[in-house]
Design a protein around this ligand. Structure first.
Ligand code: SF4
Ligand code: SF4
Length: 205
């Protein structure tokens, strides 16, 4: 016959008289450790709208959509698809635009429950020549701060800074690029065309 060892009897008695390791959730609220990987949240002030978090989210829980008419970029995190991997936080270019919280419980019977979605909107800069997206307004400000004085050598950075103080003259998409477009808010593709045109054709055509 199998007889329990002294150690096993001791462990059984200790467990019997000690507090349980498990919690009585949901009756008692569970407080996670600070390192706990809960649902991520956007921090408007620290996010520059670059879109890296959406590109690097393994299950595609973050979607990014651009509205050219409204000049807005919208991010939506679907918590129903989030696997709490932390890639968004790890790859955020500002390191604090999106951060994992310790929130863990969003149980609901409604898959469209607004608590299951986190949204954020950012203003976009649009190319004055071809009407395509340059980048988010906050993103170019972020680059200017990183570059310091060197940043002022780029017209887009300079014009974006000016727009914080007074409204810039609005220009419409054109059929032909002109030399003065060098000093407009233009996308890299159009800026390259302007330089090539200026260098080789001198805007004669
Ligand atoms: S924690 Fe992971 S799955 Fe969730 S939004 Fe961030 S990158 Fe996507
Ligand atoms: S700044 Fe960070 S949080 Fe904002 S879009 Fe870029 S990667 Fe995402």
């Amino acid at each position: 016959m199998y007889l329990p060892k002294i150690r096993e009897i001791k462990e059984a008695l200790t467990s019997f008289f000690s507090k349980p390791y498990t919690t009585k959730f949901p009756k008692e609220k569970f407080t996670p450790e600070p390192e706990f990987r809960g649902f991520p949240r956007y921090y408007e002030e620290d996010c520059v709208g670059c879109g890296t978090c959406a590109q690097g989210c393994p299950p595609g829980a973050i979607t990014m959509s651009d509205d050219l008419e409204q000049k807005k970029r919208k991010f939506v995190i679907n918590y129903g698809s989030c696997i709490h991997c932390g890639q968004c936080q790890e790859n955020c270019i500002t390191e604090k635009g999106i951060r994992l919280t310790t929130e863990y419980s969003l149980a609901t019977m409604d898959q469209n429950d607004p608590r299951l979605f986190e949204t954020l909107e950012k203003e976009l800069l649009i190319c004055e020549v071809c009407n395509n997206i340059i980048c988010a307004k906050d993103h170019i400000d972020f680059i200017r701060k990183r570059l310091g004085a060197k940043g002022y050598s780029h017209p887009n950075i300079l014009l974006n800074l000016q727009s914080n103080f007074h409204a810039l003259e609005i220009s419409k998409p054109k059929s032909r690029i002109r030399r003065e477009d060098q000093f407009k808010l233009v996308c890299p593709k159009c800026r390259q065309k302007i330089v090539v045109e200026d260098e080789f054709y001198s805007f004669t055509r």
